[in-house]
Design a protein around this ligand. Structure first.
Ligand SMILES: [Mn+2]
Length: 194
């Protein structure tokens, strides 16, 4: 399907279910991670044949258990061992899990294939406490040239609002089109300044 659409790749929690906690009765994740890696090895054969990329997204431990840090994602990708498997980091999740934004991006290094940007409460960039200068510098240091994609979640309701746990209307009083324009300019300015 990706090849048919002319897509560059697929990213997200494509290595397991979401949102996900350990199955009832399980106390550690190792067997599930091993199982995911074995499955991914099979999947990557088709991904390589199609010449597309798969990006495994690192998310916080309230949403998944397979990998919560860039270092864990690097280990996962190395174990799968495919040149078409990369890492997707997300500033919202990094804020919860990583000791350092800078170090996490350096750790992913050349394996970073996609980057999601959003504030600590999932507002669009430029309205919160994420250290955008530090992130832009780190992306520059690893010569990152992949997509940088905003992923705000502002509206409660619906299937997505429920799954993401959006209970407040963060879009109140905000025109979404001008907000998108503002955040795009903000993130471009930060990347350019680095
Ligand atoms: Mn994301």
């Amino acid at each position: 399907m990706l090849r048919y659409m002319g897509a560059r790749g697929l990213g997200g929690i494509i290595y397991g279910c979401w949102p996900r906690r350990l199955p009832a009765g399980a106390t550690e994740r190792r067997t599930f991670v091993d199982c995911s890696i074995e499955s991914m090895k099979e999947v990557m054969k088709a991904v390589e044949d199609c010449g597309v990329l798969f990006n495994v997204e690192v998310v916080n431990h309230f949403e998944q258990y397979m990998m919560n840090t860039a270092a864990e994602a690097v280990e996962y990708v190395r174990r799968v061992g495919s040149p078409n498997l990369r890492i997707l980091l997300d500033s919202f999740h990094m804020n919860i899990e990583e000791d350092s934004f800078h170090e996490a991006i350096r750790t992913a290094g050349g394996l970073l294939g996609h980057f999601h940007v959003g504030e600590t409460n999932r507002r669009a960039p430029g309205r919160g406490r994420i250290p955008w200068g530090e992130i832009a510098t780190a992306l520059k240091e690893i010569d990152y040239d992949g997509p940088v994609v905003m992923e705000p979640f502002l509206k409660p309701g619906g299937e997505l609002g429920r799954d993401i746990s959006v209970f407040r209307d963060l879009a109140e009083g905000i025109d979404l089109d001008s907000e998108a324009r503002r955040a795009l300019q903000f993130i471009r300015d930060k990347l350019r300044a680095a």
